[in-house]
Design a protein around this ligand. Structure first.
Ligand code: SF4
Length: 113
């Protein structure tokens, strides 16, 4: 019985961790006055707004900013280049916001990829 609960709880944790990860990472965004990430994004995503919604757990509103159909190719395109992350102000400190991964997690949550 205890083993069954343990198994189930570890399964639930693994399902929750991508959401926890994206909320934690989105919370690191410092909401720059001049967000370099936007100019680095080939799709013109309002990245700071998307991160702000994601950081509060409002995933629905965060996802609503990822409506450009070209983003559905995200899993293939930009995968190695990640221009938004290279442009992120925090990249200068060695730890940019993992924008690409956050967007992918949101799209997967929304079952779009
Ligand atoms: S550049 Fe980086 S830290 Fe600044 S708003 Fe964009 S994602 Fe956030």
């Amino acid at each position: 019985m205890a083993r069954h609960i343990e198994k189930r709880s570890s399964k639930c944790q693994s399902l929750e961790s991508p959401i926890k990860f994206l909320i934690e990472e989105a919370s690191r965004c410092i909401q720059c006055n001049e967000p370099n990430c936007i100019s680095g994004c080939p799709y013109g995503v309002s990245i700071p707004a998307m991160l702000s919604f994601a950081s509060t757990g409002d995933l629905e509103r965060a996802m609503s900013l990822l409506s450009d159909p070209r983003l559905l190719d995200l899993s293939r395109s930009c995968l190695t280049e990640r221009p938004c992350e290279k442009s992120c102000t925090l990249a200068k400190k060695g730890k940019p916001i993992p924008i690409h991964q956050i967007e992918l997690s949101l799209l997967m949550e929304d079952k779009k990829v």
